[in-house]
Design a protein around this ligand. Sequence first.
Ligand SMILES: NC(=O)c1ccc[n+]([C@@H]2O[C@H](COP(=O)([O-])OP(=O)(O)OC[C@H]3O[C@@H](n4cnc5c(N)ncnc54)[C@H](OP(=O)(O)O)[C@@H]3O)[C@@H](O)[C@H]2O)c1
Ligand SMILES: [Zn+2]
Ligand SMILES: [Zn+2]
Length: 346
Amino acid sequence: MPTTASAMAAFAADQPIGPHTIPRRDVGPTDVAIEIQFCGICHSDIHFLRGEWGPIPYPAVAGHEIIGRVTAVGSDVSKHKVGDTVGVGCLVDSCRTCPSCQEDLENYCTTGSTGTYMGEDKHLGGPTYGGYSSAIVVDEDFVLRVPANLDPAATAPLLCAGITTYSPLRHWGVGKDSVVGVVGLGGLGHMGVKLAVAMGAHVVVFTTSPSKVEDAKALGAHEVVLSTNEEAMNAQAARFDFILNTVAAPHSLDPLVAALKRDGTMVLVGVPAEPHPSPSVMPLIFGRRTIAGSLIGGIKETQEMLDFCGEHGITAQIEKIKPDGINEAHERMLKSDVKYRFVIEM
Ligand SMILES: NC(=O)c1ccc[n+]([C@@H]2O[C@H](COP(=O)([O-])OP(=O)(O)OC[C@H]3O[C@@H](n4cnc5c(N)ncnc54)[C@H](OP(=O)(O)O)[C@@H]3O)[C@@H](O)[C@H]2O)c1
Ligand SMILES: [Zn+2]
Ligand SMILES: [Zn+2]
């Protein structure tokens, strides 16, 4: 007999989000029941709820930057206990046996991991429902420990924006000798800046918003470039080891590829609803440059990222909202008007 939770759901792609009741499973032997306190708003929530990545079943509940308190644990649970503050990110399960899962890369599970939303509920059937809700039940292996020194609300965005930027920075070996560009100063971008700075890199922000120039510096960026200024972009040619591109809308990649050094890599983490214009081949082959992609991160690396943030005192810059403010927050994010993550206080 499943229990229920209150949630904020989309009922159609073009309808406002409103209250709804969703099922949550009973606590099984390896499960952790969590009362959700905070949930960050990721731009992926908007793409998903509006059907921009393909049709979805409605009502749909987004949210994968979850912080909450453990209210019950199953008989076999050893990693978490009642009262703990814990996190849940983009994944709630995976096959656990494929080569990627064996290498702690559940995010690349070849049979398909289970998304916190946008997944299929293995226990109750039907879609998984995300963190825009009062409670969730998750297998203990997919529940993260939260460093005690971090503010819980401002930690929520680390569960997606944090790991999605941390993972490629680590994979491509960013460190103190790296010159790193971060494109788009939104939820992901501002975490990318903080993390790359903490890793010791020289960090340059590319933004389309003049109003964010001073903020970027306050976040730790060493330089800021207005990407709409062609002259300023030309001056960036061949100077970056690594560029993290977080922009949520189609744009020409060519000026950014031209900004890479020989053998430099630009990683795309933004997933616009429409494709980017095709990149030109010339700037890629002259300079052996790479355009790559990266998807969130595995559970082990997510814990490593949270611990890193605990050690360095890193959290997100947030604007707290109540559940009835979700629609307005989504609209503001579409105008790049977010400084720098909305977090719903449940
Ligand atoms: N790969 C993954 O695993 C993964 C994980 C999470 C999210 N994502 C994707 O990453 C993208 C960014 O997510 P986010 O939560 O950081 O989004 P966000 O907070 O809305 O920030 C996106 C930023 O992109 C820039 N931008 C430029 N032109 C834009 C336009 N026309 N519309 C919207 N933004 C524009 C803006 O920065 P400036 O004002 O500085 O120009 C904006 O703040 C989304 O597509 C999301 O789905 C991917
Ligand atoms: Zn996300
Ligand atoms: Zn797998």
